[in-house]
Design a protein around this ligand. Structure first.
Ligand code: RP5
Length: 164
């Protein structure tokens, strides 16, 4: 199975990145975690990206905060799908990273998820891998069914408490 690359701009993004790690673990999807900064280690970020396809990656998640150029810089150097996760910081609550990540020029797409939305980033990558992996597709369907059941249970509890 292809790996998912989880790349963050700093180890201070790790708490958010772990949400993607947890999803990969849940689905048994292989992954690697790296710290490469678009600004502080641009050569290393590029080296990782240009070799990613040959190194067995099927998609890359890029997490960064503030002037978050990592996802775009990675997307510039690969045709693998890149999912960007804007990470919230102290001053602008992640709006800075959201706009920096999402507003890509035509031709270099970054699929941007919600601020700190690393779990959805991983799920989106797994949906891509599942296009050619029926077992993974079944696991995705089972997770959706479990979520559905959980909400129905919550509804039943709330209705029992308030509706008499
Ligand atoms: C970004 O700057 C990183 O992705 C991180 O979210 C933010 C702050 O980095 P540190 O100063 O904590 O290393 O490049």
């Amino acid at each position: 199975m292809k790996k998912i690359g989880i790349v963050m701009g700093s180890d201070s993004d790790l708490q958010v990145a772990k949400k993607a790690v947890d999803i990969c673990e849940e689905f048994g999807v292989p992954y690697e975690v790296h710290v490469y900064s678009a600004h502080r280690t641009p050569e290393e970020a590029r080296d990782f990206t240009v070799n990613a396809k040959a190194n067995g990656f099927g998609a890359i998640i890029a997490l960064a905060g503030m002037a978050a150029h990592l996802a775009g810089a990675i997307a510039a150097n690969t045709t693998l799908p890149v999912v960007g996760v804007p990470v919230s910081s102290n001053n602008l609550d992640g709006m800075d990273a959201l706009l920096s990540t999402v507003m890509m020029p035509t031709g270099i797409p970054v699929a941007t998820v919600a601020i700190n939305g690393a779990a959805n980033a991983a799920l989106l990558c797994i949906e891509m891998l599942a296009l050619s992996d029926d077992e993974l597709a079944e696991k995705l369907a089972a997770r959706r069914a479990a979520d559905h059941a959980k909400v129905l249970e919550k509804n039943a509890r709330i209705e029992a408490e308030f509706n008499h």
